[in-house]
Design a protein around this ligand. Structure first.
Ligand code: AMP
Ligand code: MG
Length: 490
């Protein structure tokens, strides 16, 4: 028996300038530390076969499975606002694509599998800590119902990678509906290769926006489609307190999935200016800046598409601006609708937005925990306000607001139990809290102990359920547990 991957590769059939053919670099002693069995099944793979030494060898890049066509994808990108005309997969290799059980084409990519022609000065490797972080957070996002790349497996390589110190090396198997980024378009735009931009746009339309094939102006519709998905995505991030940390254009997906989990984090206490990433010194990618940055990135995408819009540059720019102009309203609509659900409103009335903003302001002033405030507000709908009050430094600040909120919900016909259930269905109990993620990484890296990792992944798979036996996972960090900075680990 061999491990069978039913590959049906399409990206590697695009022109040569789109990628470099390169095989993963073998490692000495691969050991599978995590296999995502439900995802394997979803992808049409046999989890029992993957959970073997042969499977581990494939997931570590030691053996290339039949039918794979390993490539490193070319892309460019604005990193913290500065354009780099060539980035590309410097430590990731796309093995190939499979069609999953729902008929969706999915990339299977190894991250940390050795150098490629795009590695520049990097070693092409990944350290165990960032691999575990990406596994935990991407799977938590999936369980929260937010579009994201997935994690199929993590292996340790048996080799060390040299960062500030020597760290255990690891490879993550990442699954995405594609790894095409805003930066992929920028790569060809920087080379003024309009044929390549058109070929890429056509590929993307077939793959991610098939309904647009019939559109009168498919490339305009494509931009509008990406704008809509990014607006929705960033709203979803804000509604769970997620901070991506490195929203560079090369980390901005055309399919509308969250991609490239580096120094990302969920906020504990609500603070719109929150930044975690150690490399984000200017706060460019702070929590509340994310919608603005998404639009900035989309504007870079629009620039790439201008030659496909019209030969008349002025006309093309005006059309692009028109499409980009939809972002703000789309974002606000998704964000406000999400907030209304978070506070248990079934209907829409004048004054709702201000009421909710008052809560957020009080939360910020009182360092209220973002996740628990909303979760416990659900219980307050059923008259038990003790836990939500306790989130506020000055509980009276909540009481003042709660009086107005109770008057507002009294205008709706839904009862307390129905409201509480609806609120609990959108306000998670469990998020991947930073101090928990750090503790899991420490146990794995320093003690080779994966039990904490397993437990955290298990709890986060059901974020909307109370899981009383794991209640401690819902707790915010104690002052000495607080993680102030997160690192890319590249
Ligand atoms: P990231 O910060 O992970 O989004 O990566 C930005 C760019 O740096 C991408 O082109 C990566 O492929 C590249 N890169 C990051 N880490 C490494 C590494 N260890 N070796 C080679 N290239 C890397
Ligand atoms: Mg990246």
């Amino acid at each position: 028996m061999t491990v069978h991957f039913p590959f049906q590769n399409s990206y590697s059939a695009l022109p040569d300038s789109f990628f470099a053919r390169v095989a993963p670099t073998p490692v000495t002693a691969p050991r599978l530390i995590k296999l995502n069995r439900p995802l394997a099944v979803q992808l049409g793979l046999d989890p029992d076969m993957l959970d073997t030494p042969e499977g581990a060898a494939i997931l570590a890049g030691k053996t290339v499975p039949d039918g794979a066509d390993p490539i490193a994808m070319a892309y460019a990108g604005h990193q913290f606002g500065h354009f780099v005309p060539q980035l590309g997969d410097g430590r990731a290799i796309l093995l190939g694509e499979v069609i999953d059980r729902e008929g969706v084409r999915r990339d299977i990519q190894l991250k940390g599998s050795g150098p490629t022609p795009f590695s520049r000065r990097g070693d092409g490797r990944a350290a165990l800590g960032p691999v575990l972080r990406e596994y935990i957070v991407s799977e938590a996002m999936f369980a929260l119902g937010i579009p994201t790349t997935r994690s199929l497996a993590a292996v340790v390589t048996g080799e060390h990678v040299i960062r500030e110190t020597a760290l255990p090396g690891a490879v993550l198997t990442r699954v995405a509906s594609s790894h095409i980024r805003v930066g992929t378009f920028q790569f060809f735009a920087a080379r003024r290769d309009t044929d390549a931009i058109r070929a890429l746009a056509d590929h993307v339309i077939v793959r991610h926006y098939p309904q647009l094939r019939e559109a009168e102006r498919p490339y305009h519709a494509l931009l509008a489609g990406v704008v809509a998905r990014q607006a929705e995505l960033v709203a979803r991030w804000l509604l769970v307190g997620f901070i991506h940390g490195v929203m560079n254009t090369d980390n901005s997906s055309i399919s509308g999935e969250t991609i490239d989990y580096g120094p990302c984090a969920f906020m504990d206490a609500y603070n719109p200016a929150q930044v975690f990433s150690s490399i984000d010194e200017m706060g460019r990618y702070a929590y509340a800046n994310q919608p603005r940055i998404a639009l900035w990135n989309l504007t870079r995408l629009a620039e790439c598409l201008l030659p496909l819009f019209s030969d008349d540059q002025e006309k093309a720019v005006a059309e692009a601006q028109d499409i980009l102009g939809a972002f703000s309203d789309q974002f606000s609509a998704a964000y406000q609708a999400g907030l209304r659900k978070k506070v248990g409103l079934f209907t829409e009335r004048d004054g709702d937005e201000a009421l909710i903003q008052d809560l957020l302001d009080a939360m910020a002033k009182n360092q209220a925990d973002f996740t628990l405030t909303f979760r416990k507000l659900g219980d307050a709908a059923a008259d038990d306000a003790a836990d939500v009050r306790a989130q506020f430094m000055e509980p009276a600040a909540f009481d003042e607001w709660a009086g107005r909120w109770r008057a507002r919900i009294a205008l709706e016909q839904q009862g307390a139990a129905e409201r509480q259930a609806a609120m609990h269905a959108v306000n998670p109990m469990f998020i991947p809290r930073n101090h928990r993620v750090e503790a899991v990484i420490q146990a794995a890296v320093h003690d080779d102990d994966y039990a904490p990792f397993e437990e955290l992944v298990k709890v986060l798979a059901n974020p909307f359920e109370d899981q009383p036996e794991y209640a401690a996972y819902a707790d915010p960090p104690l002052p000495d547990q607080r993680v102030l900075r997160t690192f890319c680990g590249t």
